[in-house]
Design a protein around this ligand. Structure first.
Ligand code: NAD
Length: 280
C-alpha cells in the first residue's frame, strides 16, 4: 500500500470516483505517494472506505464515501464533504465506468440496457462529476480535471478481436463521447486556469476486462480452450507493441503528471497509456 512522501502533488486534494477497486484505487494510491490527500468514492461505499482506510493506515490522508455518479445530489454531497474535511478540491478524476448493462458477459449483441447504462454512467456520470467541482474550481481560478476515457473511444478497430460481436459498441461510443467532452470542457474552463485532459487506458486485468474476456470465451469457439486471462494476454500481444498489460499504477502515474504543475500548458488532450497500440 502506498505511503505518502513529499512530491509533485504536495498539499493538493484529489476527488476520485469509482475508487473502490481497479484503476480508481490505483490512481488514489499513486496520488497519495506524490503527496496528495484523496477523497475516494464509489457506488460500493464499503469498497471506497476500504481504499481510504488502507491509505490512512499507511500514513496518508483519505476520506471515503458512497456516491452514485448518476445521481448529482450524491456527488454534490461528497464534493461538499471533501471541501469541508480536506480544505478544497484541486484535482478531480472522473473514473467510474461500466462496460455494459447487467449480463453483458453473456451476450454477443448489445441491448438497450447496454446503451442506457454506459451513457448514464460513462457520459452523464462524467458530466455530473465535473459539474460537482467546476464552480468551486472556477471560484479559485485553479484546477485539474483528468478524465479516464479509453483508447477504445478513439478509432474503430479490428485486429485482435476476432469473433467479437457488437456488445461493446455502446461502451466504445460512450468513451468517444468522454474524449469529445474533454475537448469541450477544456475550452470552457481554460479561461479560469483549469486544465482538462483525458487518459486513455489500454487493457488492464480488472473486473471490467475479466467480464470482456469471459464474453469472448463464451461466445467464440476459438477461445474455448483458453482461460479468460490467456485470452486477455493473447489480445494484448495482437495489438500492443510492448506486448504487456497496463496496471492501475501506470494509469495513476499519467494522471499524476496531468494533475501536476509539470503539465500546466497541456489541456484538451487525450493521452493513450496503452503499450503503443495503434488501431487500423
Ligand atoms: N480495465 C480496462 O482495461 C480499461 C481500459 C480502458 C478504460 N478503462 C476505464 O477505466 C475506468 C475504471 O475501470 P476499471 O477497469 O477499474 O473498472 P472496474 O469495473 O474494476 O471498476 C469500476 C468502479 O466504478 C464503480 N462504479 C460503477 N458504476 C458507478 C456509479 N454509478 N457510481 C460510482 N461508481 C461506480 C464500480 O463500483 C467500480 O468500483 C472506467 O471508466 C473504464 O471504462 C478501463
Amino acid at each position: 500500500m502506498a505511503s505518502p512522501m513529499a512530491g509533485q502533488l504536495q498539499d493538493k486534494v484529489a476527488l476520485i470516483t469509482g475508487a473502490g477497486r481497479g484503476i480508481g484505487a490505483g490512481i488514489a494510491n499513486v496520488l497519495v505517494e506524490r503527496g496528495a490527500a484523496v477523497a475516494v468514492c464509489d457506488l460500493d461505499g464499503a469498497a471506497a472506505q476500504e481504499t481510504a482506510d488502507a491509505i490512512n493506515a499507511a500514513g496518508g490522508k483519505a476520506i471515503g464515501g458512497a456516491v452514485d455518479v448518476t445521481d448529482p445530489e450524491s456527488l454534490d454531497h461528497f464534493a461538499g464533504r471533501t471541501i469541508s474535511e480536506l480544505g478544497g478540491i484541486d484535482i478531480c478524476v472522473p473514473n467510474a465506468g461500466v462496460i455494459g448493462g447487467r449480463g453483458f458477459a453473456e451476450r454477443k449483441d448489445f441491448t438497450k440496457q447496454d446503451w442506457d447504462m454506459t451513457f448514464a454512467v460513462n457520459v452523464q456520470g462524467l458530466t455530473n462529476t465535473t459539474d460537482a467541482v467546476k464552480e468551486h474550481m472556477k471560484d479559485r481560478e485553479q484546477g485539474k480535471i483528468v478524465i479516464i476515457a479509453s483508447h477504445g473511444g478513439r478509432k474503430p478497430r479490428g485486429i485482435g478481436d476476432k469473433g467479437r460481436g457488437n456488445a461493446q459498441h455502446p461502451y466504445l461510443v460512450s468513451k468517444a463521447a468522454a474524449i469529445q467532452y474533454t475537448h469541450l470542457l477544456a475550452m470552457e474552463l481554460g479561461g479560469y486556469n483549469i486544465n482538462v485532459n483525458a487518459v486513455c487506458p489500454g487493457r488492464l486485468w480488472t473486473p471490467m476486462w475479466q467480464a470482456i474476456a469471459q464474453n469472448h470465451k463464451d461466445l467464440n469457439p476459438d477461445f474455448a480452450e483458453m482461460t479468460p486471462y490467456e485470452i486477455f494476454i493473447d489480445q494484448i500481444k495482437a495489438i500492443m507493441p510492448l506486448g504487456r498489460e497496463q496496471t492501475p499504477e501506470d494509469i495513476g502515474k499519467t494522471v499524476a503528471f496531468l494533475a501536476s504543475d509539470d503539465s500546466s500548458e497541456i489541456t484538451g488532450q487525450a493521452i493513450n497509456v496503452n503499450g503503443g497500440a495503434a488501431f487500423d
